[in-house]
Design a protein around this ligand. Structure first.
Ligand SMILES: [Cu+2]
Length: 339
């Protein structure tokens, strides 16, 4: 993909660096397309939500232990499994999704995507939900559960100020999601009420550097079409702050598509191939490719190992989405790195 000449929102890493390098040389004259490549000016604050931290956080692992215990508790059960108990709340919050672009989101626990829920097959999940938002909401989990835990029927909507506790066993293993299931559905989903739900097989998966990526979009002018696209909410974030990975170490991506208004989204990785485990419910790969396409609500686990050091772009292969913010970079480095 050629970065120079992309739309105004794009600030692709390669283009930005080319500009900086050129600007540091006295007397250098920028090419006529350098202005286009520069894209957005400024950076989104990561004080309240840091997409780099989000990548490798689940069960509130990003919080200090004392604070974490307010939102997540584990209790061993006689059969060796765990009761995993979560405190979730819905709250309205304005999010900066691109420099200077603010979106009036509805969130779980103040962030989009919601904190990732992760369990092992056979664990018990209990989610205490409090709706502090201004509209009725619910949490609808994908996976096995009895109908009274579905959160989708009219009688299961949680009104502002009210609570509901969702409780069910974690199965099957795979990559699932949870989201609000209040009508109008596309509005409640697109406003930000969604998150990743990982269930690990009992025997686990091979050790890897694991990353959660949620492909999302934002309709900033409420015309039922997205103006901004991203992976993990902030447009072009990983183009500026590459995802650091290690050459020779297995990387596992938990990829979820919650993009509203567009039928499909996709992830294309430059310079290499990856294994695809659709919905993560099988340990046998379904595909070996460099581009995976997911419908709304669909997800896949991707596994690959970086062979060469350096930068590798990844982005939606729908060029429009890439140009409107769904663009990122991996930085593969030799040797161990701190996560
Ligand atoms: Cu809702």
């Amino acid at each position: 993909m050629q970065l120079a000449g992309l739309g105004s929102l794009v600030a692709g890493a390669a283009g930005t660096r080319r500009f900086h390098a050129a600007a540091q040389e006295p007397g250098d004259v920028l090419t006529s397309h350098a202005g286009h490549a520069m894209g957005t000016v400024g950076r989104v604050s990561t004080d309240r939500f840091n997409p780099t931290t989000y990548l490798r956080s689940w069960n509130f692992s990003h919080l200090p232990p004392g604070e974490r215990a307010r939102f997540y508790r584990e209790t061993p059960r006689p059969d060796g499994s765990l009761l995993r108990e979560y405190d979730f709340f819905a709250v309205d919050r304005e999010l900066e999704i691109a420099p200077g672009v603010f979106f009036p989101a509805w969130t779980y626990n103040g962030q989009v995507p919601a904190p990732t829920i992760r369990a092992t097959e056979g664990d018990r999940i209990r989610v205490n939900f409090l709706n502090q938002g201004s509209h009725p909401h619910s949490i609808h989990f994908h996976g096995w559960h009895p109908p009274e835990m579905d959160g989708a029927f009219a009688s299961q909507q949680v009104l502002p100020g009210q609570r509901f506790t969702y409780e069910f066993d974690a199965e099957p293993f795979g990559l699932h999601l949870f989201h609000c299931h209040t009508v109008p559905l596309k509005r409640h989903l697109h406003k930000g009420l969604y998150g990743a739900f990982i269930i690990d097989p009992k025997a686990g998966r091979p050790s890897a550097d694991e990353l959660v990526m949620v492909m999302n979009g934002f309709d900033t002018n409420f015309d039922a079409d997205n103006e901004v696209y991203a992976v993990n909410t902030i447009a072009n974030f990983y183009a500026h702050d590459p995802i650091r990975v290690t050459v020779g170490r297995l990387v596992r991506i938990y990829l979820v598509n919650v993009t509203e208004f567009d039928l499909v989204n996709s992830l294309h990785l430059h310079g290499m191939f990856f294994d695809v485990y659709r919905t993560g419910t099988s340990l046998v790969r379904h595909d070996h490719t460099d581009t995976v396409m997911l419908c709304q609500g669909e997800r896949a686990i991707l596994e690959t190992t970086f062979r060469y050091p350096g930068e590798f772009m990844f982005h939606a292969h729908q060029s429009e989405f890439a140009e409107l913010g769904w663009m990122g970079t991996f930085l593969a480095e030799a040797g161990p790195h701190a996560t």
